[in-house]
Design a protein around this ligand. Structure first.
Ligand SMILES: [Mg+2]
Length: 159
């Protein structure tokens, strides 16, 4: 496993400050020395934290260039979410084959966390079809969540 050498820059929009789960992320980022910015600048941002359903306890975390960019940080964050009563899970565009699942479970090892592999399908509608409305999306590539004029982007200050 590669340990991140460079610090990651996370994006959030100001409206997210009202949800308690955000404050767990903020604290974990500070602890790790990663960066947090409130202004959308696609050249600066590594990972987006986007607020979706206000009442949900589900937190969808991308794999490639998200968890894989700093596994130690995310394993700690997953534990913090679980302790606080949230249900974090992995949601990736990868195909649902054994190799992909084995790679992800090897890193996460016994974290008691679900893995959803959408096989290239937009993540938001994929999860909604399974009856899961997501509270927060943590992802390096937001067009994987929903496309075009998606309300999620507007609500989170992304044009
Ligand atoms: Mg990714």
């Amino acid at each position: 496993m590669q340990i991140a050498e460079e610090k990651l820059t996370f994006y959030y929009n100001g409206n997210i400050k009202k949800v308690p789960a955000y404050h767990l992320i903020e604290a974990a980022i500070e602890e790790r020395g990663n960066y947090l910015v409130e202004f959308y600048n696609e050249f600066l941002i590594d990972i987006y934290v986007l607020l979706d359903n206000l009442d949900s306890k589900y937190i969808a975390i991308d794999w490639d260039n998200t968890v894989s960019a700093d596994p130690e940080f995310f394993i700690d964050l997953i534990r913090k979410f679980q302790k606080a009563g949230y249900t974090p899970f992995i949601c990736t565009l990868r195909a649902p084959d054994e190799e992909n699942i084995a790679e992800i479970t090897a890193v996460l090892a016994a974290r008691n966390i679900a893995i959803y592999l959408t096989d290239g399908q937009e993540k938001q509608s994929y999860m909604q079809n399974l009856g899961i409305n997501v509270h927060l999306w943590i992802d390096d590539f937001y067009p994987s969540i929903c496309r075009d004029a998606c309300l999620l982007f507007i609500q989170n200050g992304i044009e």
